[in-house]
Design a protein. Structure first.
Lengths: 252, 182
């Protein structure tokens, strides 16, 4: 691995991993490697998604899965010094980004969702997770992840209030799905949205009370995008900048 | 049930370290221990604290508690064989009762945190509900914050005097190593 060529992204956007991909490989070695990568995700949101993909095959790793792990390692080689930098931004606002990739898993068509939360301009919390049930509609997906995100934001808010550091400010949630936002803001009943009622009312309540504002963001600026799908080098590095991930070894 | 664990320091063989480790695996639930739990701060709490300190220009201090797990008080009645080499004629057929927690037992992480919590509350700190590993005190316009991750502690606040005082008080209570600024 020492002589390998670094790559610019942790996962190849074109590759869709499946369960049966080539012959079996040494399982213990695979599990050890992925285990270490999972540990690394505590400080590296950029590899969160790639690691969550390879960790789905811990029980029966195949050659292609191992290649994906090697790909992550090659990416890390080129980005050893990358880490979250905490800077002074002069405010304590809570901002969150939510995204989900609909039916992205090639094995069971379950979606992947992700969120990331900023407090005072610095990234404090993120998650990339495959949904546990397959669901029929994309809006519903976005709703699930948004509820999870909102819960995390409310928790951060409680923490802030207890610390008396943020009194009245409104939390902002960004999402690149316009229809989900319009349904949340407008409680018109619709056949196709009945199943998301509970999630919707929960969000609506928060929107009405004014502690949460939900706005649309273009896909290019959707930071949570890199937690739900494999991205190319250009968009990845742009999102890394937005997350405050800086390579300390690279002169800027 | 006592074992000696001899390890020499890396490199020079100038001194030996020994640690008494209890055989916690032979403890039985409900008899020797009730609840076990290790208090670990959420990563997002720690990062929120760092973000707060950055935005307010506060300094972050780091502390390390030495032998944290030995500080906890044992609530349960736990007995141990007399360690090898400490037996005399009088001790034949006897065991020792443990008063404080020991490495290897099931209780230490929880007992240690309980001890720390009582110490912090005693100093006028308030435990944060959103994350129990965080403590907070506001005194006049001085704010001091503490987060504990098992035996590692981060302190921040807007008054260096308060922080220094907190360190002294913690030092009286436990043996701490000040790792300076983070």
């Amino acid at each position: 691995m020492l002589g390998c060529r670094p790559v610019a992204s942790p996962i190849d956007p074109k590759i869709k991993l499946t369960k049966l991909a080539g012959e079996k490989v040494d399982r213990e070695r695979y599990q050890r490697l992925v285990g270490r990568l999972i540990y690394l995700t505590h400080t590296r949101p950029d590899i969160s998604f790639a690691v969550s993909v390879v960790s789905r095959y811990m029980h029966d790793p195949r050659k292609d899965h191992m290649d994906a792990v090697y790909h992550i390692l090659r990416y890390l080689k080129g980005a050893l010094g990358k880490g979250l930098i905490f800077r002074k931004h002069g405010h304590f606002n809570i901002e969150g980004y939510c995204d989900s990739d609909w039916a992205s898993c090639a094995d069971d068509r379950k979606s992947t969702s992700g969120y990331c939360m900023f407090v005072g301009g610095n990234l404090v919390s993120w998650k990339s997770k495959k949904q546990s049930v397959e669901q029929g509609q994309q809006q519903k997906q976005e709703y699930r992840v948004i509820v999870v995100g909102v819960v995390e934001m409310l928790w951060l808010r409680t923490l802030q209030i207890e610390l008396k550091m943020n009194q009245e400010s409104q939390m902002r949630l960004w999402c690149d799905n316009k229809s989900a936002i319009s349904i949340a803001n407008n409680p018109v009943q619709h056949d196709r949205t009945k199943h998301i009622e509970i999630d919707r009312f929960f969000i609506k309540e928060k929107l009405d009370s004014g502690i949460l504002k939900w706005s649309h963001v273009s896909t290019e600026d959707e930071v949570a995008d890199c937690l739900t799908k494999g991205l190319g080098p250009v968009s990845l590095s742009r999102l890394c900048d937005k997350m405050g991930l800086v390579d300390i070894f690279r002169p800027s | 049930m006592g074992v000696y664990n001899n390890t020499d320091t890396i490199g020079q063989n100038d001194h030996y370290e020994a640690q008494l480790v209890a055989k916690g695996y032979s403890q039985t639930y409900d008899i020797d221990y009730d609840e076990t739990f290790a208090h670990v701060a959420k990563m997002s709490t720690v990062r929120t604290l760092i973000s707060l300190a950055m935005n307010k220009d506060w300094k972050l201090h780091q502390l390390d508690v030495k032998n944290a797990f030995l500080h906890g008080e044992l609530m349960e009645e736990v007995y141990m064989d007399i360690p090898l080499g400490f037996g005399t004629i009088q001790t034949v057929g006897k065991v020792c009762r443990l008063r404080k927690s020991l490495y290897g037992l099931k209780q230490p992480p929880r007992a240690w945190f309980d001890r720390l919590r009582r110490a912090m509350v005693g100093m006028g700190y308030q435990q944060i509900n959103a994350d129990h590993t965080m403590f907070f005190r506001q005194h006049k316009d001085h704010t001091t914050l503490l987060v504990v991750y098992v035996d590692d502690i981060i302190i921040t606040g807007n008054n260096e005097g308060e922080i220094a005082q907190l360190k002294v008080q913690l030092g009286k209570e436990f043996e701490v190593k000040d790792l300076g600024l983070l």
